[in-house]
Design a protein around this ligand. Structure first.
Ligand code: ADP
Length: 440
């Protein structure tokens, strides 16, 4: 029991006693007691009324300072009010700081409610998406950004990546859209202008493609003359046989490089998904393995496990190029006597192509960088064997165009396995031809 409460009980008892005594003096002790209690009650009602008034307008009305239990209650209420005011001020400062910083962001930020309605957006959101304040608050974002790519991304619910689509107010501006779910069913839409980035990308790609194209003709001329000169090995050029041979090899390397650069440029330029031609992969693979055997000249043992009834929807040149690349790499980086195992199979997840070798393997630190252009684990070795360092980049791009993934597993000195996973909608199963019926 607090001292104020003890005091209050004492006061109540004293009033009752006084009333009782005064009442007894006049022979009405009960009336005296009742009067004492009533006076005590009136005092409480007065403070209750003051409290009620204060609750109605706490800023305008001042609370009395009566001391005792009421004084304590009023004091606590005022402290609570002060604390709340401070907290409110702090929160307001945080909110305005947050708004100021998001306003300064060059990226558009749009806060979406549970039903996808726009709750808030910053200035960049306004300029990039053409949102209007306050008309667009409460509007569903899917009704305002109607590009099919964004619509599909928004409806999909898988926001682990971002998508690119033009701005709804200016088709010349390319935007990257990313949705970040947070809190209780809320989402943050972040929009970035990537027009310059894409423009630079196109300039770089066109430059590489044009330069490679321009280099092709002079190189063909040089190569032609070098071929002629090396054919004349017994003539007056005999002392130059060595250098001519070296120049021919280098010219060949440059031709391979240019061919790979052009292939890459073509793959990058056709950014969208590859066409859906039905490819007879089993037949294609048997042909590629036969060619690889011829190149390997018996240095490697080939094992194949090819499902005859699984076909792929894709682009012939690209698939052939990526299949060949992986087998050629396996041959290149597997010493004589090694085994190269080529598999093609289908299951509930899609179709899969894998090339496993018992070669030199790749260390863990190199694995993530293998598909970068010109990345080689051992530059000298790759060059010596005619590698351009672009093979796996071409594989990666060709796979991306077929919505497929590349998985690389490897152990140094043991071997490597490159597996390509194609999605189910790119797979077609055919009924394998029945064995010929014996004629009687
Ligand atoms: P390159 O023309 O040099 O073979 P790639 O892009 O095809 O270029 O391969 C990149 C690098 O990856 C190669 O230089 C090589 O070091 C490594 N690599 C690729 N395939 C294999 C493999 N089957 N075994 C070991 N290393 C490999």
């Amino acid at each position: 029991m607090t001292p104020a409460l003890q005091q209050e009980i004492f006061k109540a008892a004293l009033r009752c006693l006084l009333g009782l005594l005064l009442g007894s003096l006049f022979g009405y002790w009960l009336l005296g007691l009742g009067l004492g209690l009533m006076l005590y009650l009136v005092m409480h009602l007065r403070y209750l009324a003051a409290l009620r008034k204060w609750f109605g307008a706490p800023k305008q009305v001042e609370l009395p300072e009566p001391g005792g239990i009421w004084g304590e209650v009023f004091e606590s209420l005022l402290t609570l009010q002060k604390r709340n005011r401070k907290r409110k001020k702090r929160l307001a400062a945080i909110v305005s700081e947050f708004q100021a910083s998001t306003e300064a962001l060059p990226d558009g930020a749009v806060v979406l409610g549970e039903r996808g309605e726009i709750v808030w957006f910053n200035t960049a959101g306004r300029t990039l998406l053409g949102l209007r304040s306050p008309q667009d608050f409460g509007q569903r974002v899917a009704n305002l950004v109607r590009h099919p790519t964004f619509t599909a991304y928004y409806a999909d619910g898988d926001y682990s990546s971002e998508v690119e689509a033009p701005s709804p107010i200016n088709t010349a501006v390319l935007l990257s859209y990313r949705i970040i779910p947070y809190g209780n069913g809320q989402r943050l839409l972040v929009v970035r202008d990537i027009s310059d980035l894409r423009r630079l990308d196109t300039i770089r790609r066109d430059f590489v493609a044009n330069a490679s194209h321009e280099l092709r003709t002079p190189l063909t001329v040089l190569r032609g003359y070098l071929d002629m000169m090396s054919a004349d090995a017994d003539g007056p050029l005999q002392p130059w046989t060595g250098p001519i041979h070296e120049m021919r090899a280098q010219a060949q390397r440059m031709e391979a490089l240019i061919a790979d650069l052009l292939k890459l440029a073509r793959l990058e330029a056709d950014g969208q998904q590859a066409r859906l031609d039905v490819l007879d992969v089993p037949a294609m693979l048997l042909r590629i393995v036969e060619d690889a055997k011829a190149v390997s000249k018996g240095q490697h043992r080939f094992e194949t496990e090819i499902a005859p009834d699984v076909q792929l929807l894709g682009r012939d040149v690209e698939i052939q190029s990526l299949f060949t690349n992986l087998i050629a790499n396996a041959c290149q980086y597997t010493p004589t006597g090694g085994i190269i195992r080529v598999r093609w199979w289908g299951d509930a997840e899609g179709a899969h192509y894998s090339v496993a070798d018992t070669g030199i393997g790749i260390s863990e630190k190199d694995l993530p960088r293998l598909t970068e252009r010109f990345y080689r684990v051992d530059v000298g070795r790759s060059r010596a064997s005619g590698g351009t360092g672009l093979g796996l980049s071409i594989v990666k791009h060709a796979l991306e165009r077929h919505e497929a993934r590349l998985k690389i597993e490897s152990e140094v000195g043991v071997g490597s396995t490159f597996t390509c996973h194609f999605p189910l909608h790119r797979v077609q199963h055919v009924v394998a031809a029945p064995p010929p019926v014996a004629q009687s």
